[in-house]
Design a protein around this ligand. Sequence first.
Ligand code: FAD
Length: 292
Amino acid sequence: MFAADFEYRKAGSIAEAVQLLSDNPGAKLLAGGHSLIPLMRFRLARPEVVIDIGGIANLRGINVSGDTINIGALTTHAEIAASADVQRSNGLLAEAAGGIGDPAVRNRGTIGGNLAHADPASDWATVLTALGATVSAQGPSGARTIAVSDLIEDAFATVLAENELITTVSVPVLAANQRAEYAKMAHPASFYAVVGGAVVVTMDGNRCTAASVAVGGLTPRPVKAPSVEQALSGTTLTADSIGDATARLGEDITAAGVDIIGDVYASAEFRAGVAPVEVKHALMHAIGLAHH
Ligand SMILES: Cc1cc2nc3c(=O)[nH]c(=O)nc-3n(C[C@H](O)[C@H](O)[C@H](O)COP(=O)(O)OP(=O)(O)OC[C@H]3O[C@@H](n4cnc5c(N)ncnc54)[C@H](O)[C@@H]3O)c2cc1C
């Protein structure tokens, strides 16, 4: 099917994009187009105005400044996966980017578009939640910083105002004693996460001194797992202690007050059963007891 008629506008700067969004309520930004264009072709989205931000050069690129990696919203998954700076500073980002979709998706899809689309099956939403990343959002009254864990409200819904755009994603550089991993049960055709678990552990030898754990794919938005984190912290990480900690994941999903998704890909019961397994897999990989 072809998309319904729309007006195409090309923004030359961030300020112009914000102005066009403000002037055209209901308009949609076009980044990589990998989610917006299929939605428009199925007529699930019918924006009257589409604002192409693809030519805004300062929305692209990666720079590491002190202990933060700043990634422009238009940076593609392939660029993140291939970046030597990213590989050196936070290998989980490169690994997660390299596991998204297929080469065509990775070459066009952008980190900003992925987060703004807020697909429950997004890898970035889960990984960046565990990493404690933030986004900068630019609107008519200036810029604000939003934690990725607060950005996504629900399936396909963010806290962004209609006339705000994500400009940068900022991610901490991993310290030498931190390990971060992501494990997902991927849909075999799209590679979208049916269930994904991301972990960051701070180690003192074999002992975990702090942990950050998030799961996604099974819930409308990523869920942090404080019970699992507490059970890991202060513990020597072994297959048994990891198994005991990840068994608490269900408590965290219940406490988050979100429903577990059941659909044609997997039932809610199946996803609930697989989630601790993916988190355990990520943790076992982080301490060198498993390999992808
Ligand atoms: C076949 C297929 C397989 C995929 N597999 C995976 C996968 O395994 N894992 C995964 O995580 N993702 C996957 N994706 C999603 C893909 O990675 C893209 O990131 C995603 O489609 C959106 O990014 P985009 O740049 O194409 O955004 P677009 O489609 O251009 O835009 C998506 C939405 O975000 C808005 N938007 C875009 N940029 C901004 C911005 N800077 N600020 C505010 N709003 C903005 C748009 O207006 C639109 O509403 C897959 C997609 C396809 C088609």
